[in-house]
Design a binder for this molecule. Structure first.
Ligand code: C2E
Ligand code: CA
Ligand code: CA
Ligand code: CA
Length: 278
């Protein structure tokens, strides 16, 4: 009769069990979604800060679950990592991006692509081969493929990360440190990495218009990165004031809802035209 006892009942944690069940379901259904094109991609423009020109688009994966609706990428990418599916997911995303990009080029959209890698992809032996094969037709244009790797992923195992980044550089892709400012890497570590771009995390950019401390951090990060010969991207630009400040400080690339939301691949040509006409 323990189940019916009020004390036993208060010890029962419905929230925990339900979230465990949800995870199990998501892990199983993610496998199906990867195999059956149940995922789709959105692309968010990264603009030249000075001219407003479209330079590249960042690929952001989306999953609308048939019963549970929108699942955030943070949630299902974590589950993919935990359940051993992350490399299948990354390989799938690479294919999607390459085929979307091929179509845009046929439609006259001139934009590079940026793809997010998971920390675990950096220790995936087949990564280099996959990237090389996926973008084989890009010939000497591989620098127009940017790989975004978070600062914290790089710091998990800096030596291993360095080896992978060096091999990716040999392929000719551009390497970007994502979420910069959130991962406690030191300047000396950053200086040794073969990266070309530094992406300031949106937590420093969202309130740039009103927060003097964020202004100080962003401004000095831009100066430091330029001193190291890196290009700087700011993400999370949500208003004109933030964009003006970043332009004034010489930030190279700009990304945020104020400039453009992430869009479906079929809408990119129209978005590119609208950006050019602005
Ligand atoms: P992230 O790489 O830092 O991507 C930027 C996130 O900020 C995206 O959220 C984007 O929609 C959002 N964002 C862009 N502009 C603004 C803005 O002006 N204001 C605000 N508040 N947010 C803005 P999203 O798409 O939900 O992605 C979240 C995270 O999930 C990404 O952070 C990335 O870490 C991960 N992710 C997304 N797609 C992929 C993928 O294809 N592969 C991997 N490995 N990770 C991915
Ligand atoms: Ca990113
Ligand atoms: Ca970020
Ligand atoms: Ca992130």
């Amino acid at each position: 009769q323990a189940e019916a006892h009020p004390e036993a009942f208060t010890r029962y944690k419905p929230g925990q069990d339900e979230s465990h069940l949800r995870e199990l379901k998501l892990v199983t259904d993610l496998h199906t979604a990867i195999l059956n094109n149940g995922l789709h991609m959105n692309y968010q423009p990264k603009l030249n800060s000075q001219t407003g020109e479209l330079v590249q688009v960042e690929a952001l994966v989306r999953w609308i679950h048939p019963e549970l609706g929108f699942i955030s990428p943070e949630e299902f990418i974590f589950l993919a990592e935990q359940s051993g599916q992350i490399h299948d997911l990354t390989a799938h995303i690479l294919q999607r991006v390459a085929s979307d990009a091929r179509r845009w080029h046929e439609q006259g959209v001139d934009a590079g692509v940026a793809i997010n890698l998971s920390a675990m992809d950096l220790t995936w032996p087949a990564l280099i081969q996959h990237i090389g094969d996926t973008f084989e037709g890009w010939h000497h244009n591989l620098e127009r493929v940017t790989l975004e790797v978070t600062e914290s992923a790089l710091m998990e195992d800096p030596e291993e990360a360095m080896a992978t980044l060096n091999r990716l550089r040999e392929l000719g892709v551009t390497l970007s440190v994502d979420d910069f400012g959130t991962g406690y890497s030191s300047l000396s570590q950053l200086r040794k990495l073969p990266v070309q771009e530094l992406k300031i995390d949106k937590s420093f950019v969202l309130r740039l218009d009103t927060e003097p401390q964020d202004q100080l951090i962003v401004r000095s990060t831009i100066d430091m990165a330029h001193g190291l010969g890196l290009k700087v991207v700011a993400e999370g630009i949500e208003n004109l004031e933030a964009w003006r400040l970043l332009q004034h400080w010489g930030c190279n690339l700009a990304q945020g809802f104020y400039l453009s939301r992430p869009v479906a691949p079929e809408d990119l040509p129209e978005t590119a035209r609208a950006l050019a006409d602005r």
